[in-house]
Ligand binder design. Structure first.
Ligand code: MF3
Ligand code: CO
Ligand code: CO
Length: 265
């Protein structure tokens, strides 16, 4: 399947969906604190999507081949959980780091973004992992322009993350997005510069590196969804949906509460 180049109308729809995903994270941010259950965060998000935004939670009952339907309206991934953590009775406690990953559908278009939150006061190591993973995502974003190659993105992320003594999860990647939740291309967060397809204006894809404090290996829990680090080290992730523009890139998942980009290296 070739990579779909979005029309002007599709780009307009994706801008709306992207903004709504970011606004949902803004809305959830003050609720992510010690004592709250991840199930409560999910319930708040679910109601906000349906009642306020009139968006559809793309993850609810999402069932790619070989998977049982995902049972929640967002993913909450705490500490050594890499991604796809299922919200439930677990209460956040002081020092936890948690990724909240939301995907909304508006008028058929998907907006996909995640942020890290810290409950209370994180350890110095946890805070460093969260901040450097944010910078890793941005190192990837800043490579995006027509004529760059997909491998340039992964190479930039990998070089930075490994240079900090961290590791890059290999099994999950960014993805094209539009009317489909996950479309071509796959956006690896590691790789070699100068390899992979050439980026063209009108492509839209996510960049969502999962960075581990320890080794890169992962395993999947018996629920069939929750991915954890094999060595139980901490893991962090951030995600934006990105449009390739004639000049470079545009981040679509932006809102008033989006954290500012890090200073350029
Ligand atoms: N939002 C995730 C992504 O960034 C996908 C979650 S799929 C789910 O691609 F089923 F686990 F929710
Ligand atoms: Co995604
Ligand atoms: Co996501």
């Amino acid at each position: 399947m070739p990579v779909h180049i979005k029309t002007a109308d599709e780009i307009a729809g994706m801008r709306v969906a992207g903004r709504l995903a970011a606004e949902l994270l803004d809305y959830l941010a003050p609720h992510v604190r010690p004592g709250v259950t991840t199930g409560r965060i999910n319930d708040l998000a679910h109601r906000y999507m349906l009642d306020v935004q009139h968006t559809i939670p793309a993850t609810l009952n999402y069932a790619p081949p070989g998977h049982s339907p995902y049972p929640a309206s967002l993913c909450t991934s705490i500490n050594h959980v890499v991604c796809h953590g299922i919200p439930g009775e677990r209460k956040l406690k002081d020092g936890d780091i948690v990724n909240v990953d939301v995907t909304v559908i508006k008028d058929g278009f998907h907006g996909d973004s995640s942020r890290m939150f810290v409950a209370g006061k994180p350890s110095i190591q946890a805070k460093r992992l969260v901040e450097l993973t944010y910078e890793a995502m941005w190192r990837g974003i800043r490579v995006v322009r027509p004529g760059a190659r997909l491998g340039d993105i992964g190479a930039a992320i990998q070089r930075f993350a490994e240079g900090q003594g961290f590791s890059v999860v290999r099994e999950f990647c960014g993805h094209g997005i539009g009317r489909q939740f996950h479309e071509e291309p796959q956006v690896l967060h590691y790789g070699r510069a100068g390899t992979g397809i050439e980026l063209q204006a009108g492509m839209i894809f996510t960049i969502e590196p999962m960075i581990n404090a320890g080794r890169p290996g992962i395993r999947c829990l018996a629920d069939g969804w929750t991915i954890v680090t094999a060595d139980h080290s901490l893991s962090a992730q951030w995600e934006h949906t990105i449009l390739v523009t004639p000049e470079g890139y545009d981040v679509l998942t932006v809102s008033a509460g989006t954290p500012p980009p890090p200073a350029a290296a």
